[in-house]
Design a protein. Structure first.
Length: 143
């Protein structure tokens, strides 16, 4: 397992990742929707890895829905960084992480341009379940 850490700029949202493969084997997915382009976001996830998201002050966690409005973009309202995106199906939380929120230069593979906006809402959900972290712990604290 390869352990990575990340956070938003001010440290309000912190992430701990375990990847099943070496970082170079992951191609960050640069989503071409208008929202992700404006953030310069490209996403890393691993259905065989694990992810922990901890929010130090839940008052400064922004949840933004766009596109098909089925997933939530997690944005720190303190510093404005887009940390990742989550999708909840009953008890299970799926998530993908903005590779730009990961600390240091990890040496991921070359980014790949993707266009999930052309998919239907059902197709997107199938894609998220196949590609995203499904072993996700989410902790939100009150300051
Ligand atoms: Zn922040």
């Amino acid at each position: 397992m390869h352990c990575l850490k990340g956070k938003c700029h001010c440290g309000n949202i912190r992430i701990d990742i375990e990847l099943s493969k070496a970082p170079a084997e992951y191609a960050p997915r640069a989503c071409d929707c208008e929202f992700c382009r404006k953030h310069g976001a490209s996403y890393i996830s691993d259905p065989h890895g694990s992810l922990r998201i901890e929010v130090m002050d839940s008052q400064r966690l922004g949840r933004y829905r766009q596109g098909s409005e089925t997933a939530e973009c997690l944005i720190c309202t303190g510093c404005g960084v887009l940390v990742g995106v989550t999708y909840r199906d009953g008890e299970r939380l799926y998530a993908t992480i903005n590779s730009r929120a990961i600390d240091n230069d990890i040496g991921f593979g070359e980014a790949l341009s993707v266009s999930p906006k052309v998919l239907s809402a059902d197709e997107k959900i199938r894609r998220w379940k196949a590609l995203w972290f499904s072993n996700v712990t989410f902790v939100a604290n009150d300051a």
